[in-house]
Design a protein around this ligand. Sequence first.
Ligand code: SF4
Length: 699
Amino acid sequence: MLTSHHRTCHLCEANCGVIITAEGRNILSIKGDPENPLSRGHVCPKSQALADLENDPDRLRTPVKRVGDDWLPISWDTAYAEIAARMAAIRRAGGEAGLYLGNPTAHNYSISPQVPALKKAIGARSAFSASTVDQIPHQLVQLLMFGHNALFPIPDIDRTQHMVIIGGNPLASNGSVWTVPDVKKRIAALQARGGRLTVIDPRRTETALVADAHHFIRPGSDPALLVALLLALDEAGLVNPGRLGAMLDGWDSVWEALRTFEIPALAAACGIDAAVIHGLAAEIGAGDPAVVYGRIGVSTAAFGTLNQWLIVLINIATGNLDRVGGAMFSDPAVDIVGQTGSGSQGRFRSRVSGHPELLGEFPAVAMAEEIATPGPGRITALFTIAGNPVLSVPDGGALDAALDTLELMVSIDMYVTATSAHADYILPPCGPLEKDHYPLFLAPIAVRNFAKYSPPVFERTPGTKSDWEIVAELARAIAAATGDTLPAIVPPRDTLDRMLKNSPRGLSLADIEAHPHGLDLGALEPRLPERLRTPDKHIACAPEALIADLTGRFADWLAEAPGDGLVLIGRRRVRNNNSWLANSHRLAKGPARCTLMIAPADAEARGIADGMDVTITSAAGRVTIAAEISDAMMPGVVSLPHGFGHDRPGIKLSVAAQRPGVSHNDLTERGRIDPLSGNAALVGTPVLVAPASQAVAAE
Ligand code: SF4
C-alpha cells in the first residue's frame, strides 16, 4: 500500500518540508512539500540521503561490544549492565568521565532533555560538544550583550535591501545558525527588488558567484574589516541606531575604543581597499534595511567572539538590529529563552590548560589533553553521542591516540566511525525515519516563525530504540550501579507539549500536529527591548572582555607584520553536512570533492599541476591529496573541505571508504583558539604545500 508522509528533513538547519512516498518500508520518492510555509517546496540533493540512511546496510542495528578487533552483537540489557558495572568501578576508583555531544544532537529535540541525567550518572564535570568547534562565539556575545546565550539575531533576508555575508556560504550550507531554506531563491528575490548581496570570503564561493560584489579577505583578519567599517560609518556621519539609542549601554565606550584604530592600517591588514570599505559603509549606512551576517569563517577564527560582537555593533550602528530587513529576533512556538537559564561562564576551569567553563562546556580542543595527561581528574571514561570528534575537532590525530588510552568508551552512534571505532560499546539508535522530529533549536533561528511536528514515518524495527531512550536508560542503569537515583523518564513528546504550553504563544502539540505541512506563525517582528534578558532591558554594548580584546590582543595582532606563507581554510559542499552523510551512495557520486584548492600563482610557484598529489604540512600533521588549481582562491590561501578522512583503521563505512579523502583536522592545531570563547581557530592554519613527489624524495 502506498503511503505519503509529511516530514521535516533534519539533515541540515534549513528544515525543509518533504513528502516521503513509500510502499511498505520501501521509499519510492522524497520531494519538497510545496505547502510547507518555510521551505515552499525546496529541497537540496541531501534530502535523498534520508532514504540512504534508513536503508544503509553499514548502519548498526544492535548494540555491539568490542572483542579484540571484532564487534560482538549483544542485547540492550547486557550492554547497559556491563557499561554500568564498568562505569561504577571507574567512579569508585576516582576516575573522571567525559561526555561529547555531536552536531546532530542539535537537530534532535528528544535527546537534549535526557543528557543532564547521563551527565549526572557518569559524574561528568562538564561536557564537550561541537558548539566549541564553530558556534559558541555567537552564544557568548549574545550572553554578554543581550543577557541570554540563545538570543540569536536572524538576518531578515526576505525584507532586506543589502545583505553582507562574511565567511558564510549558505548556497552550500543552506544556512548555518540561520534556518533559511531555499536561500538561492531568497537571494534572487532580494536582487529582483533592487537589493544587493555582498560576500566577503577568501574563496569565491558558490554564494559569492551569485552575489553583486565579492571581496577576498585575508583569513583571520576580520576584525580589521569590521572595525574599519564602523569607523567609515562614523566618518561619513552614518551612525544612527535610531530607536535602539535609548537601549544602548556603553555606546560611547565602544567608540572610544574603536577610534584608537585607523582605516588605512585596518584595510592593509585585511587586504580590502579602503575605498571598498568606505563604499560598503556608505551602502549599508544609507538608511535602507541592511544586515551583516558572519558565520563559519569569522566564528572559527582566533578573534571569533570579537568578530561576532563587531557584527552586532555594525547592525546597531546602522539602525538595523531588531528592524524589519535587518537582524531580528524570533517568536518561536517553543520559547527556549524563556524556559532556560541565560548561560554560565567561568564557574570552574579545565584541569590541564585551565580553560574556563562556558555554558557548562569546556573547549572541544581540550578533550585530547584531558584524556591523555596523567594525574588526578584525568578523563578515563568517555561517552559520545552522535559525534565524530576525531574528524571534527582540531588535531584529530592527537584525539585519535588519546581515545586508545581510555578505560571505557561508549558511543551512541549509528555507525562505526573514526571516533566510535575506538569505543568498547556502540549503542545504535533506530533509523532516522523511525522516530519523530521537532526543530526545537532550529525554529528559533528561522527566517520566519513556524512550527512543524513530524511523526515517525515507519514503525520502529523490533528490538531497536530511539536515541533518547538509549541515553535515558543508560543513565538510569549507571545511576543504579553507582547508588544514585534519577527522576523517572519523561517521554519527549510530553516535555515538548509542556514547553509549548509554557511559551507565550501557548500552543499545544495537538495544535501543531493539526498542521501536517507546518504551522506558519508569521514574519519576524521587532521585539526589543521586551526580548532582552539583561536586568535593565538594555543592550550591553561594551562588555569589558571584548573592549579589552579589541584594544589589547587585536591591537597587538595588527601591529605584527603578516606572515607570507600559505594559510589553510575549510570549505563546505552541498552534498554533505560535516561528516554525517559520507556513506550515502547517492551523495558520494560525482567528481572527487576532497581536493586542495590553490590559487594559480601559488601552484605555479611550487611546481604544482592541476590534479597532482600534494602534501600539506602543518604544525599538527601532514596529509596528501590532489590539488585543484582555481582562481576562486585568494592568493596565499588554500582550502580543504572538512568531514573527510574515512580510511582510519576500524571504520566501517563501505561507501565513504571508496573515496575517503583526508581530514582537514589532521592539520588544524589544538593550540589555536579564540581565548574568550574557547572556540577552535580553524581558519588560517599556516601550512606548507609541495608536490607529494618532492616530500617523498626529501624523506
Ligand atoms: S536544504 Fe537541508 S533540510 Fe532542506 S532538503 Fe537539503 S538537507 Fe534537507
